[in-house]
Write a new protein. Sequence first.
Lengths: 414, 597
Amino acid sequence: MKKLLALLLAVLMCLSLAACSSGNGGGEQAPAETPAEEPAPAETETAAETFDELLAAGIANGNKLTIYSTHSVTVTALEAFMKKYAPEIEYEGTQIGDTNQVTQVAQEVKEGVKGADIIFIQDGARVLTDLVDEGYVYNWYNQEIKDLVGDDCEPLLVWDYCNKVVMYNNGADNTYNEGDITNLWFATDPANKGAFWMKDPTTEGVNMNFLVNLTSDENAAKLEAAYKEYYGKDLVLDEDCPNAGYQFIKMLYQNEMMLGSSDSTIAKDIAAAEKPQSGLLTLNKYLKSRGTREDGTTFNLLYAKDELKPTAGFIYPIYGLQVANADNPELAKAFLIWLYSEEGWYGDGEMTIADGSVYKGMQGRYGDYSGNTANPVADGDMSVVEWKKILVQEDAVQAAEHRADVEDFIQLIK
Amino acid sequence: MKKRWNRFKTFFSKPYNVLLVLFLVFLGFLVVLPLISIVRDTFIVHSAEKSRVHQAVGTFTTYHWERLFGKQFSKSLLWDPLKNSIVTSAWACVVSILIGGSFAWLVSRSDMRWKKLLTKLFIFPYIMPSWTLALAWKNFFKNIDITGSNGIFYSLTGLQVPTWFAYGEFPIIIVTGLHYAPFAYILIGGILHNMDANLEEAAIILKTSRLRMFLRITIPIVMPAVLSTIILVFSGAMASFATPQFLGLPVRYFVLTTELYASINGTNPGVGYILAMIMILISVIIMAVNQRLIGSRKSYATVTGKSANISIFHLGVWRTPISILAFIVVMCMSVIPLVTFALESLLAYTGVYDFSNLTLSFWIGQAQGHDTWQSESGILRNAEVYRTLWNSLKLAFTCSLGAGTLGFLAGYSIVRRRGSLLSRLVEDLTFIPYLIPSMAFSAIYLSMFATKHGIIPSLYGSFAILALIGTIKYLPMASRSGVNSMLQLSPEIEEAGIIMGVPWVKRMTRIIIPIEKTTIVSGYLLPFISAMRELSLFVILVTANNRVLTTLLLFYDEKGYTQFSNAVNLLIIIVVLVINFTVEKLTGASIEKGVGG
């Protein structure tokens, strides 16, 4: 055992010295000259190729098309697309969470291992710093996409918007009624202690980005005004809180905000609860969270809209980005263009996927909005334009710049 | 010169010396290099840290050390999680020793009823993935104050447990303690079972009281096993991730592993690597203390004199009540969790425990569409489940073959050269993987094998990297088993073969392996089961093409597909149990022998 200890200590000492002297570690290869402060990426040039040209080139290329996506629909969309447009080409689509995807794509491109040709990924802050800045993935769009998507082509191309809004339970005697929640500061109110949920921001980047975005000057000012409205007095900042955004985060955590590991599980738990419970959850869970209790009473979730000030939640993109070492970049680009079409978004009622069933795309889904705003949303849901007015929109650049500050802040108050 | 050459030739003419040298090289690369890699990672800027450190990726920095040990963050990043880890691990030791030790005594030394059935059921928690008990606890004791809805316990009794009972420190201690109770049972039971009854008989003749006999004879005899249990449980509990994540996160109770996970997945992996080093250091200290205390190191199994006549303590009027109590405890540990998984997988809507709400849809139904909870086919008609099941079986088999074979050969060569520096070094090296937390180990392998090293190609995304890390991580178990079994085998038996001029391969296949057959198979069984139920070791190394059942389970759990995750959980447990009992039936090998030697 003494030898083991000695061995460990010796290794530790040697390595400390080696690390000190080497300067440049090794395992993580440094890009030639990575600047310390990353500016926003330069605007991408609009590509000239059209869908038809790219499709023909992709088929001629003949290589397998591989996609990674945080969203399940892209995987079935790939099946439908390939079956119709490139049946002779091999393909593979896999759903992978954003954190794992960042790690996997970075490793694969760095080591030249064959992986994805195109990725669909959320968490703009990490995508910018870990993938785009390192040159592992790049932003690409052509005129066809630009015509449909407009400003959302930059800094990263938005394929789909998703929203997380404040949702609350309804159905039992003492739960909420529609429109009960009108001010976001309710979540910091001691009356709601331990009754507000969120998926742990340290494990889901978009949630952390939202908190970071709340600390921007613009959002902090809105929060400050809403505070006065809710509590009837001016907000006095604590010493450790530079603005109202930080103060909100601090009060949220100190009010024993509940952290979960899955929006779905939180949604189900909140919906079935028999006392007031609420959370910031993806709207996609809205239609799913209905049921009947043993005594026959029904329960469901309601969601906040424009009555909730200063924001009902946040909206974040899932980006469609090209991978630097793609085997079939042409087909990947053709697939991306097709996804913005109505056929790509909803299917045409005839296209089938691998198991033979009809491809329905985003039909009936609340909480998914095409980057092409001409694609209609699910019946009963609001358009992305309307949502953007009442939600905080993910600002990937601001989040990338200040994420470490907010993470450190949360580390101290959690 | 010639003398030296002759000495060299003589040295390498002994197969066990060749093996030891090969092990030294092999383990140096696969065990020591990761340690070096982890140290290096604490001094460089990772890509996720650029905006935090404000330096280029890969450059040298002391930022991580300053942040972790600086005034501002050390309490929340290090000291609080460290304190929580130590408290939960220490109490988990107490729980496992109390429950496992008491059960071992009841089985070995009392006339408790239903011993055969109870001993079979008692090891279930160890066979099951560690988080299953945590999930079962959550399903069972869910609390309206926290989740707004109550669990099965409330549905059955109408009683609501307090928050501290449902989430946080207390349930983490109990669940971890229960998971490791089989260890305590196997190790302490092994000694109690083999304990020389003459000692107690002598005490009886001298009219010693039962209490005094227990304190002066039984306790000192089982003490080495208790200490071995403490090491195993403490190290295991310190490295445990899923249980504190499931039961601690809702109330923001963090331990070192959950803090490490958050750091590695967040924007400061460098701090995560330092935390991993601290965890390794703690394990090493515990080992050193243990060695000091019991004098002989790493004695998982204690070889004691066998007694033909073990004295049995008659429980008298307490026989039936104690048997019933033991039965209830074992049912709670081993059977009820399985029932809750089955039940949860059958609920059309979670949280509603009503007959009309039961469905087989999540097992055999077809996908219902995106706006329902069943957006995928039931697990028995789901191609992805079969693909991942096959991957899991393939991986578990490979890890078992690798770790079992290497462990047996390591045990053989270590024991044959016992006392030499080379043997001690190899023995220590085989044990180091046990001290490295799974998640940190896989993070290191990810960075090590993503790049081509000499003749070894980049293994990233391959099946090989999973097989390699599984083999190395489970080597300590198999080599312990190998060392213990070889210690029980007199060298004269092999020496007789040498004198007769029997070659080494034949000696192994015709003499040693047949004699040690049962223990060797047990040495294969333990890595197999561990690999089948492993999550944290594989989770960041698995890619799209080689998903295994446990990572599929995590995926379903993260997506909130509760019924699917419970069904897959049950599937894993059933597969593991069937394989365990089949192997046990066919070969006589068992988990107990794998752990206990």
